[in-house]
Design a protein around this ligand. Sequence first.
Ligand SMILES: [Ca+2]
Ligand SMILES: [Ca+2]
Ligand SMILES: [Ca+2]
Length: 348
Amino acid sequence: MIHLTPYPNLVVSNVDAPASANSDDEIEISWTVSNTGGVSTSSPIWYDKVYLSSTTGPGGYILGEFENLSYLDTGESYVRQNQTVTIPKQVADGTYYIVVLTDSRNHVDEQINEGDNFDASASFPVQYVVYERPDLVVTNFVSPYAGWAGNPMSLSWTVENQGTAPASGAQIVDWVWLSTENEIDPHNATHIGGSYIGSHLDPGESYEQNVSITLPDTADGDYYLYVWTDVTLNFDDSDLDNNFNPEVGFVPRVGVRRSKVHLEYNPRPQRFGIRMMEPMWNVTFFHDHSGRLVSRQYHHMVGTRFDNGAYLNVMYNRWFEVIDTRGYIEEGEVSYYQVTIRVGFTVD
Ligand SMILES: [Ca+2]
Ligand SMILES: [Ca+2]
Ligand SMILES: [Ca+2]
């Protein structure tokens, strides 16, 4: 004797899948949905959801969702014949099942009969086939030899599409990070600048970014800069590791030592209506760990206070920065040495 529950009960059976497939293949599948409950379905519409799963349960890739073919009275079924779905391009080699979950959005109230709404096909092998994808790569990254907290710094880098498909239809967003650690970990790094270009890089094309980024107010020390392209993952990049290229992306910030000379003298001339003069001289030298001068900053100021309360301030700032040094030693002597500097602004 069959005891029918007083609820509808949707169940899936006869899930049919091909014997094998490749990634990006269109395949045809079939399945049956029956109502084995004691009453007819309470909702005229529900959906069957199809998965490509590595187990016999719902999960993995969603291949589609299909509206039911008909209302089902108790004991009735419908057969979904030869529905076309596509194996995802990115799927890894392996053994998979087609799993169909009926009433996936739970339109039909089955009460105690909700737990049996899916079934799986026989397992079948899926093989990944390489397809054309963009591959954005950071190929060059140039930054100054040293920087100052709170000051602008010029950086440049190149992003190249080394893949076989265009990177198009979205913006490529590059971010620059500052870190004390010689590794890629955005959680331990500070995002100090973002920039983007609109749209399109065909295979083999590249763009160069030249930006000025203000260094945050960080403590003196050794830092690493790195740039990461397509941080927003807008593209189906075939190799995400090289979106940051460790060989060219890190720029070690040479340890900088700072020496400062500060001179101040406050004469009170008591002439020409001048109550007090406040000349100040600051010279700051930046050396790397080997004692080599990398930059120098001058900051001079003369403030004059007049008897009538007026105040005149004259400032002079100047800095220069060693961008690049190169040289080599032959037979114990320096045979070639070159220093590239950038001379900064002057305010008089
Ligand atoms: Ca059910
Ligand atoms: Ca249900
Ligand atoms: Ca890439």
